[in-house]
Design a protein around this ligand. Structure first.
Ligand code: BES
Ligand code: MN
Ligand code: ZN
Length: 501
């Protein structure tokens, strides 16, 4: 699928599907819709009077043009209330466009440039959001069936606009990059555990790094032992699959300073280990590398868009399985930081693996850290599947991030890290225990991680409720690729503004 501009007039448009829009307050066709109405002898005016076209958000009306227009079909999309129109709605309009094209088997689509001049939408977002929505909604996991389903391929979407600014042209590029990176993350998440082992995930990371000329490093068991990474090693102990500590460095500045660190939980399958999970839906635990996928997706977007900021990605990758070699409840392990952990539940493995990844990110120069992890079932109790939970030791850093995630169209909500909760993760025989009991489970997990971040500004994103989900407007059931765009956006933000406070 190509997305580009066309400078043809409405009367000469050659398309299988021409897409025009109208806002909710519509009483008579205006602008391009009025032009189309004249060519169709007042058909649109009539449909408005009949109450069939109301402009309600995502309403679709499909008209055949019977040779009165050069476009074969005309799709009129409701844009909803003018004052509620924003880039989120624009993404959904793009999704509706793509889906209608699939229904009518349209290959060449020409569309009006929705939202240009609208007070809420920045010029660059007019094309960014549309391209993003179109590519996100087109995503389908290839799967492994021996019979391949026919997938409708759109050849091109062209914006009817003859004087595109640089901003508008760049918007297509950035929106496409964000969506393709998200779709890459979705592929990683949807890939089953036998085909997405720590070693295979490392291969994917190396592919991304090489594609964009980034430095990388994959630590194996030996090297981890030398560095004292007892946390990641303990989690991986029960599996035949060797763990990997995956590192990618993107150098967007001359010197390796002001480094934005992304740390992503990469448990390629979480059975719970000796504290084994119930069987129902355990297959979904192939998504336990959703944080790693978010980080790798973000690196892909960053590689394409090249912001002027240094970014370090660190992914602890392992499989959490029970066996005669597995780590056990009661075990005490020593992490790279020197801190010791009493393991009370082997199913709280994410925080144990992440502890070493955070320490390693600091060792490699991270001056700020954002970790992304499918960390706790408790976050689903707190926020359901609508929002990612954010926790921080630096409210100004989180405020920057929240603005970026809002721009990216991803919902994030803060949970508090009050000192009172710290009692819950104190151990009698080690520095920390790896579970804090049922109350505030997402918060105690975050406080566990905070013990390893030292005094570096840090944000923890718990995506256990948002990494995976049912079908929605912008994606099918399965991996969502959540937080790819928010991470890419904050890299872009610091690339523009710099990271100094
Ligand atoms: N990977 C899970 C969390 C999870 C739950 C992810 C649901 C996606 C959907 C994590 O490793 C886990 O098992 N956490 C435990 C922690 C508990 C033992 C303290 C949990 O949430 O039950
Ligand atoms: Mn677990
Ligand atoms: Zn897990």
């Amino acid at each position: 699928m190509k997305i580009q501009f066309t400078d043809t007039g409405l009367a000469e448009v050659k398309a299988d599907l021409l897409v025009l829009g109208c806002f909710k307050e519509i009483t008579k066709p205006e602008g391009m819709l009025a032009e189309a109405d004249r060519m169709l002898d007042g058909a649109i005016t009539e449909l408005i009077h009949l109450g069939e076209i109301t402009g309600a958000f995502k309403e679709t009306t499909l008209l055949h043009t019977y040779g009165r227009m050069t476009a074969k079909r005309l799709l009129i999309i409701g844009l909803g209330e003018t004052e509620r129109f924003d880039s989120n709605r624009l993404r959904e309009i793009a999704a509706v466009t793509v889906r209608s094209a699939a229904k009518t088997k349209a290959k060449k689509i020409v569309t009006e440039l929705f939202g240009l001049g609208h007070p809420i939408i920045h010029e660059h977002h007019v094309t960014h959001s549309f391209a993003e929505g179109a590519y996100l909604a087109s995503y389908q996991f290839a799967g492994y069936s021996s019979k391949k389903e026919e997938k409708h391929e759109i050849e091109s979407i062209q914006f009817l606009y003859n004087k595109p600014s640089d901003e508008l042209v760049y918007g297509i590029e950035s929106g496409t990059a964000y969506a393709e990176a998200t779709n890459l993350a979705r592929d990683l998440i949807n890939t089953p555990g036998n085909l997405m082992t720590p070693a295979l995930m490392a291969d994917k990371a190396v592919e991304i790094a090489k594609r964009h000329g980034m430095e990388y490093e994959i630590l194996d068991r030996n090297e981890m032992e030398k560095l004292g990474m007892g946390g990641l090693l303990a989690v991986a102990q029960g599996s035949e699959q060797p763990p990997k500590m995956i590192v990618i460095k993107y150098k967007g500045k001359e010197h390796w300073e002001d480094v934005l660190g992304f740390v992503g939980k990469g448990i390629t399958f979480d059975s719970g280990g000796i504290s084994i999970k119930p069987g129902a839906n355990m297959d979904e635990m192939k998504m336990d590398m959703g944080g790693a996928a978010a980080v790798l997706g973000a690196m892909e977007a960053i590689g394409k868009l090249k912001p002027k900021v240094n970014v370090l990605a660190v992914i602890p990758a392992a499989e959490n399985l029970p066996s005669g070699k597995a780590y056990k409840p009661g075990d005490v392990i020593k992490t790279m930081s020197g801190k010791t952990i009493e393991v009370l539940n082997t199913d709280a493995e994410g925080r144990v693996a992440l502890s070493d990844a955070i320490s390693y990110a600091i060792r490699l120069g991270a001056s700020r850290i954002i970790d992304v992890a499918t960390l706790t079932g408790a976050v689903v109790v707190a926020l359901g599947h609508a929002a990612t939970a954010a926790m921080t030791n630096d409210d100004a850093f989180l405020a920057d991030f929240m603005r970026c995630s809002k721009k990216a169209g991803e919902k994030v909500w803060q949970l508090p890290l009050f000192d009172e909760y710290k009692e819950q993760i104190k151990s009698g025989i080690a520095d920390l225990k790896n579970t804090g009991g049922r109350p505030a489970g997402s918060i105690t997990a975050a406080l566990f991680l905070e013990a390893f971040v030292e005094d570096i500004p840090w944000i923890h994103l718990d995506i256990a409720g948002t990494a995976w989900g049912d079908k929605d407007e912008l994606s099918p059931k399965g991996g969502k690729g959540v937080m790819v765009r928010s991470l890419a956006q904050i890299a872009k933000h610091y690339g523009k503004r710099g990271m100094k406070k």
